[in-house]
Design a protein around this ligand. Structure first.
Ligand SMILES: NC(=O)c1ccc[n+]([C@@H]2O[C@H](COP(=O)([O-])OP(=O)(O)OC[C@H]3O[C@@H](n4cnc5c(N)ncnc54)[C@H](O)[C@@H]3O)[C@@H](O)[C@H]2O)c1
Length: 368
């Protein structure tokens, strides 16, 4: 177990507790919930049922009595069909307006569970206990919920604040290393858009070296705290993504198109792998459009390619990907907007790029 102290980072709406003490704190708060709530539910996927629920129950045996809801794992589960299945389960298990849904899992479980909770009886309380690196630093933080529609990412969803988020790093010890690596892409993104020193600190180590660091090392404590702080600071200022929250989209306009197309083709890529490729392509756009120093981009690109390799993107898919970006819900009137970097640690939102510029960026990626 990691020797971290629980730390509460208060947003305007709910506490986020990070560290070894996070589950102890949850146990304390659960006493209140058990008094106030009519029924407790725990949502898991196949892996978190196997690896994380036993850990959680060993910390908090009182949760044995909660009703367990389980889904298969994977991005395909983040759908209206699964949401409907869960709503039906909640109805059949006599959930009411005063029930509590605890989401124990990666970003799929926290996005889906958050969405299910937001609409069930027009909103029941929910708690996130994120278990993957992506969910600990990103998906469970910031109140966005959602499901995919027709294999297009996050087409339906809501802003719905959980009652609390409890980040226990110990869960990461059973997470497959490619999933930890996927989370590192989001960590890198967070540093690149907001905190140059954080980027220098992170990129001093190669991704492969980071993956060898035990989760008990203070490196992980620092990484979680630095990343979550930035995300919280951004969403505190702009909870509904009207302005600076868009900073978090660096790498994601292209990354989401890559991820959605791969999902549609039934050859899914990990979210972080798609974002890593997206950051390289959007890095090229940043040089042309936002004034990023090409030498700075070289360093970023080398770190990403060394750690994540290169995705085998097909040139013949380019127009489909660009079309998907036009339909991205973040874009308006067919314009494709990006968050780019003007320098390391400084993102710039609402950068409109033409299809030719995007093609050119893809062209540079193919030839790397
Ligand atoms: N809401 C947001 O703001 C936000 C932000 C970033 C990402 N997301 C979403 O999050 C999803 C990606 O998150 P993810 O990578 O966590 O996906 P995921 O939930 O599919 O988890 C990845 C895999 O790891 C397994 N897993 C999770 N925790 C584990 C553990 N401790 N031990 C063993 N296996 C474990 C899962 O079962 C799954 O197979 C995407 O759908 C993305 O759109 C949402």
């Amino acid at each position: 177990m990691m020797k971290l102290s629980a730390r509460t980072v208060h947003t305007s709406r709910y506490p986020v507790l990070i560290g070894e003490g996070a589950l102890d704190q949850f146990r304390k708060e659960l006493k209140q919930y058990r008094k106030q709530k009519s029924k407790l539910f725990i949502l898991t996927d196949a892996n978190t049922l196997r690896f994380c629920l036993p850990e959680l129950l060993s910390f908090i045996p009182e949760l044995e009595a909660a009703t367990k809801l389980n889904i298969d794992g994977g991005e395909e589960m983040k759908s209206l069909r699964t949401a409907e299945y869960l709503w039906k389960e909640l109805v059949s298990q006599q959930a009411d307006r005063n029930s509590l849904l605890i989401n124990l899992g990666g970003g799929v479980v926290t996005d889906l569970g958050g969405y299910v909770a937001s609409a069930f009886h027009r909103g029941i309380d929910t708690i996130h206990i994120p278990t993957s690196l992506i969910s600990q630093i990103d998906a469970a933080i910031g109140s966005k919920t959602g499901v995919n529609v027709d294999m297009l990412k996050n087409q339906v969803g809501s802003f719905f604040a959980p009652h609390g988020v409890f980040v226990w790093p110990g869960f990461l010890s059973t997470l497959p290393s490619e999933q930890v690596r996927s989370g590192l892409a989001e960590v890198a993104k967070t540093a690149l858009i907001r905190d140059e020193q954080f980027w220098r600190w992170l990129s001093r180590k190669r991704v492969k070296q980071i993956l060898e660091i035990p989760f008990t090392d203070s490196f992980w404590k620092d990484l979680l705290l630095k990343t979550i702080r930035i995300k919280l600071e951004i969403v505190r200022h702009d909870p509904f993504e009207r302005n600076i929250r868009k900073l978090l989209n660096f790498g994601h306009t292209i990354g989401h198109a890559i991820e959605s197309l791969a999902l549609r083709r039934e050859t899914p890529v990990l979210h972080g792998e798609a974002v890593a490729a997206g950051m390289v392509c959007e890095g090229f756009l940043s040089v042309g459009q936002a004034g990023l120093d090409p030498h700075e981009l070289d360093g970023v690109r080398e770190w990403i390619l060394d750690g994540f390799g290169k995705l085998p993107l097909l040139q013949e898919d380019e127009s489909v990907r660009i079309d998907m970006m036009r339909h991205d819900k973040k874009n308006r009137e067919q314009e494709i907007r990006f968050t780019l970097l003007s320098r390391i640690g400084q993102g710039r939102i609402n950068q409109v790029c033409a299809a030719e510029q995007i093609s050119e960026a893809f062209g540079k990626y193919y030839t790397l």
